[in-house]
Design a binder for this molecule. Structure first.
Ligand SMILES: Nc1nc2c(ncn2[C@@H]2O[C@H](COP(=O)(O)OP(=O)(O)OP(=O)(O)O)[C@@H](O)[C@H]2O)c(=O)[nH]1
Ligand SMILES: [Mg+2]
Length: 618
């Protein structure tokens, strides 16, 4: 190999390879970042940049790129990879070094992409990742021989293990390699891969293949498969309620104690009201939901790592087809259960523009985790803590029902939008990754990350909004000698009353109307806003520590159910609308989404409220 002069300037390198080969795991390992890693194709959908310095002091600027099956692929995420490799990207130059990553247990598929990259005539190295898996399965790779054959340095690595990428660091410290010699024009790459595998790889991985086959037999079974999926989802929502309860009680006691202590120490006045009704009510009422959110994410993380998700997508392909979508929309929609924003981003893996657009438009219908506090508050206040059939908690069942209702509505909306014309991307071609037991350390890290995100949300946007709401609810103060609570005279109170005529038919009172406004910026705030509005609405010193009993005493069942249904569709989330604008490039689709969600929410809440009243529950 020719050697180019060593450089002290920053090296600009990019990670490329098939989806799910561990590029992001390697990126995180090298740069110390915490980008999302999961066991299915299409996790990374946009380029991410990181910087680090090699042991010998060479600064490196590294790009993590979306996985691509080929350099000719056309889905929006793969286009980015293609453009950067070819030096056609509008904002990124051509990398000086391509770090091609492959899954050592899946060379039959992944080597073809390596050969394609090699034809670009760019300096490159090849990282043979997942060597731990390969060893476990008895796959033996002649690394030296392969290096010689390809004209490219081949580096074994285990990107998820500490120090598992030292070979890559060494290679980055070495002088930049020259470009490998290209294959003759018109070489059949498939045949070339077969030839290389036959010479340099010995594969004795029969047993694990048999195990995966056996699992797939059940997980993909037309009758048993959906039953397993249903059981998994069902258990998930049961545990969100039952496991979280003791922790939530403890947090609640803590927040109550703090509120009571501050109230006891400070004299009655604005400062006390700000601390107790604005800040503690704002942060405390929302922090209580942390355990539930973490349990939900524990499930999502475990499912993402296990390799089960693409199987579920495969199972649901037929149901999705009935809605005019394909199984490809499954993972973006599932991600929307965490938050619609990453869900909408994940639609970049969908090649066909119409399928992608419809998936974006229905993603806000999937119940994001910010709605969980609203659901839980209302369920705890209005649904008795009973067991059904001895084992199932009624509250968990209702929660499951709300999620199911949202999913079914999403499918119906998709069907109306596609007019039932089947998805363009059939038959579904999805890569089924290897099954993997989730590593507890990774789960813990993932949960820690979620907890940090949640707490910083509470500490920043949620408390800020709540303090703002507190101010709007406290000013202007009532005129001297006025009767009733101060909030009735305040700006927020007036806005609430002013909105009331629109929302009264669906059973909302003016307090709910007030809470809807800050809920547009962060849905969780609806809960703390209610706490603040009710706290300020009390005359005298009867403080409202506990929102749950207060609501169950003051609201009718119809109002509670109507608000629950409203939040199933919850048209108001500004960040989601902003992402839709960015991903679709026009305001038109933002208007369509906001409009149809509002109409659905209002219509469904109206039916729910009037129906409950008609049945005598109003
Ligand atoms: N056992 C083992 N697992 C690994 C290794 N590297 C990555 N993984 C796992 O492989 C899966 C995929 O890793 P990612 O880093 O998300 O893959 P990616 O190439 O970035 O995938 P896309 O973003 O979809 O293109 C995850 O479940 C990782 O935990 C490895 O060296 N050994
Ligand atoms: Mg990735």
């Amino acid at each position: 190999m020719n050697v180019v002069e060593p450089r002290t300037a920053t090296l600009y390198a990019a990670l490329v390879g098939n989806p799910n080969c561990g590029k992001t795991a390697l990126f995180n390992q090298l740069t110390g970042s915490r980008q999302k890693v999961a066991n299915y194709a299409g996790v990374t959908v946009e380029r991410k940049e990181g910087r680090f310095v090699t042991p010998q002091g060479r600064p490196v600027r590294l790009l993590d790129l979306p996985g691509a099956y080929s350099l000719t692929a056309t889905s929006p995420d793969e286009t980015v990879t293609r453009a950067i490799c070819l030096g056609e990207h509008p904002r990124e130059g051509r990398p000086e070094l391509l770090i091609c990553v492959v899954d050592a247990t899946n060379l039959r598929l992944h080597l073809r992409f390596v050969l394609e990259v090699r034809q670009l005539g760019q300096p490159m190295i090849l990282v043979m990742n997942m060597m731990d898996e390969a060893e476990r399965r008895g796959i033996v790779i002649d690394v030296k021989g392969l290096s010689y054959e390809l004209g490219v340095t081949v580096i074994p690595a285990v990107s998820v293990r500490k120090g598992g990428a030292h070979g890559v660091l060494d290679a980055l410290d070495a002088p930049l390699p020259s470009a490998p010699p290209p294959l003759p024009e018109g070489t059949d790459l498939h045949a070339e891969v077969r030839r290389i595998l036959a010479v340099y790889v010995t594969d004795r991985s029969r047993e694990s293949v048999v195990l995966a086959d056996r699992l797939d037999h059940w997980f993909l079974h037309p009758v048993i498969g959906p039953l397993i999926l249903l059981t998994v989802l069902f258990t998930m929502f049961q545990t969100v309620f039952s496991w979280a309860q003791p922790l939530m009680d403890a947090l609640q006691a803590l927040a109550d104690g703090l509120g009571a202590a501050v109230r006891a120490t400070l004299p009655d006045g604005l400062l006390r009201s700000l601390l107790v009704d604005g800040i503690i009510a704002g942060a405390g009422t929302v922090i209580v939901y942390l355990p539930q959110i973490l349990i939900l994410f524990l499930w999502i993380l475990a499912l993402e790592e296990s390799g089960y998700l693409p199987r579920a997508a495969f199972l649901l392909d037929r149901i999705m087809a009935a809605a005019g979508l394909s199984g490809r929309s499954f993972i973006p929609l599932l991600s929307s259960f965490a938050c619609a924003i990453p869900g909408i981003m994940a639609t970049r893996t969908i090649q066909h523009p119409r399928d992608r657009l419809v998936t974006i438009l229905v993603a806000p219908l999937m119940t994001c985790s910010a709605r969980l506090p609203v659901y839980t508050l209302l369920i705890s206040a209005f649904i008795p803590k009973r067991h059904v059939l001895g084992v199932f908690g009624l509250q968990g069942l209702v929660l499951f029902g709300l999620y199911a209702f949202a999913i079914v509505s999403g499918l119906i909306v998709a069907r109306l939008m596609t007019r039932g014309v089947a998805a363009a991307e059939h038959p579904l071609l999805l890569e089924l990754p290897a099954y993997r037991l989730p590593v507890p350390r990774n789960l813990a890290l993932g949960l820690w990350q979620r907890a940090t995100i949640f707490l910083s949300r509470v500490g920043t946007i949620i408390v800020t909004l709540n303090v703002l709401l507190w101010a709007l609810s406290s000013f202007p103060p009532p005129p001297a000698g006025a009767a009733g609570a101060a909030i009735d005279w305040s700006l927020a109170g007036r806005i609430g009353h002013w909105m009331l005529p629109v929302f009264a038919p669906i059973g909302f009172n003016w307090q709910i109307c007030v809470s809807l406004i800050p809920g547009m910026a962060a849905r969780e705030v609806a809960v703390s806003a209610l706490a603040t509005v009710y706290a300020l609405g009390e005359t005298g010193d009867a403080a409202v520590d506990k929102l749950t009993p207060l609501l169950s005493a003051q609201w009718s069942l119809g109002t509670a159910l109507s608000l629950l249904v409203w939040y199933v569709f919850a048209p108001q989330c500004l960040s989601t609308l902003a992402v839709i604008r960015r991903e679709t490039g026009t305001w038109k689709w933002v208007a369509v989404t906001a409009g149809y969600l509002f109409a659905l929410a209002y219509g469904a809440a109206l039916i729910t409220y009037q129906g409950t009243r008609f049945l005598g529950g109003g």
